[in-house]
Design a binder for this molecule. Structure first.
Ligand SMILES: NC(=O)c1ccc[n+]([C@@H]2O[C@H](COP(=O)([O-])OP(=O)(O)OC[C@H]3O[C@@H](n4cnc5c(N)ncnc54)[C@H](O)[C@@H]3O)[C@@H](O)[C@H]2O)c1
Length: 353
């Protein structure tokens, strides 16, 4: 079959990447979707089961830092657009192994940009999926795309550094890049090291939700389907050389999040018994408020309410208690101090949905 477009997704086996790949494969049978991913500890091949036999989907197992491989892809495939998501993403691990984060997140981006820029078939879009964390924390200021970057942990510092590389290809060569900076994205299939699946996994094992520190930390949570819609809209309507915040007004204190998830399972009077406060990580940002007028002007709006998004997410973890069982104990291999692995067997969650 002749395809009208070829899209390369890096990190397409991860949480957001797998939702993006599934959406592209389903919505665009006439587009060829390539997924370049080295299957790091945080992903499961099951995330892409629904598309793996589809004619318009090709998986390339490999490292985005491998310049021979990446150059080969661009020399042999007519890649029209790139969504670059491959990254090391766990903030806590980034304190333990900053160089591995630098290698994948910065060097990997450099390799990909260079190969894409030199490709015979020049891509029309290079979309770099970055994060609100590049702004650093704020207690009162709401960040827009012109706010300065003040990353405060090794993960966000490498994402900011990669952004500078991406921007330099626009500034110097007018290579058609777009950068997205999104709030926390949540939903089905997220690996258990991130906050919502971590709380759900602990509760599944009748363990307490562990809350780091006593500071009033909160996060803005955007449901994954809404994030994917934003990325696809930017592919079609985004202006090259621009940065787009992808945000939500749904801000939830982490303690409240834990309470909400616990409440689904136990009477209100017992909720506090299921919370445990543990020492904080070295440096934690309190909140990342962003405004995303530029994206709203293109016609995007978050459509999934928190109530609906968390309902779908909890239901998915309830229906798939064994999904992460192969990798549940996996931690970033570069890190010395892994979090304690939750022991099997998994007991079903009994949440009221
Ligand atoms: N999850 C969020 O809340 C959030 C918010 C804003 C931005 N982002 C960004 O979105 C992107 C995806 O995040 P996610 O939550 O899906 O993370 P994830 O950890 O679930 O997925 C990352 C993917 O990258 C792959 N990968 C890692 N190193 C690689 C390498 N060297 N070569 C090829 N593939 C490699 C992994 O195997 C995995 O499939 C990241 O760039 C992240 O910075 C995430």
């Amino acid at each position: 079959m002749k395809f009208s477009r070829t899209i390369l997704v890096t990190g397409g086996s991860g949480f957001i990447g797998s939702h993006l790949v599934c959406s592209l494969v389903d919505k665009h049978p006439d587009w060829r979707i390539l997924n370049l991913d080295n299957l790091d500890y945080c992903c499961s091949s099951r995330s892409l089961e629904s598309v793996e036999d589809r004619e318009n989907y090709t998986f390339i197992r490999g490292d985005v830092c491998n310049s021979r491989l990446v150059n080969h892809i661009f020399n042999t495939e007519p890649v029209d657009a790139i969504f670059h998501l491959a990254a090391k993403t766990h903030v806590e691990s980034s304190f333990q192994s900053p160089s591995s984060f630098h290698h994948v997140n910065v060097d990997g981006t450099k390799v990909l940009l260079g190969a894409a820029y030199r490709a015979r078939h020049q891509p029309r879009r290079f979309i770099y999926v970055s994060t609100d964390e590049v702004y650093g924390a704020s207690t009162d200021q709401v960040f827009d795309e012109s706010s300065p970057m003040r990353p405060s942990n090794p993960y966000s510092a490498t994402k900011a550094a990669a952004e500078f590389l991406v921007t330099s290809y626009w500034d110097k060569f007018k290579f058609p890049v777009i950068i997205t900076r999104s709030n926390n994205i949540y939903g089905p299939r997220q690996y258990t090291e991130k906050v919502i699946p971590r709380f759900l996994s602990l509760l599944q094992m009748d363990k307490k939700c562990t809350i780091q520190g006593t500071l009033p930390i909160s996060r803005h949570f955007l449901f994954v389907d809404d994030a994917i819609k934003a990325f696809l809209l930017l592919l079609e309507k985004g202006t090259v050389g621009e940065i787009y915040n992808v945000g939500t007004t749904c801000e939830i204190p982490i303690v409240q999040l834990a309470r909400e998830l616990v409440k689904m399972n136990v009477p209100d009077s017992e909720v506090t018994d299921w919370l445990e406060f543990v020492p904080d990580r070295p440096l934690v940002d309190l909140r990342y408020p962003i405004r995303c007028e530029k994206l709203l002007q293109l016609g995007w709006k978050a459509q999934v309410s928190w109530a609906e998004g968390i309902r779908q997410t909890v239901k998915w973890y309830q229906d798939n208690p064994d999904f992460w069982s192969d990798t549940r104990n996996a931690v970033c291999p570069c890190c010395v101090a892994p979090p304690p692995p939750p022991p099997p067997p998994l007991w079903p969650i009994r949440m009221r949905l």
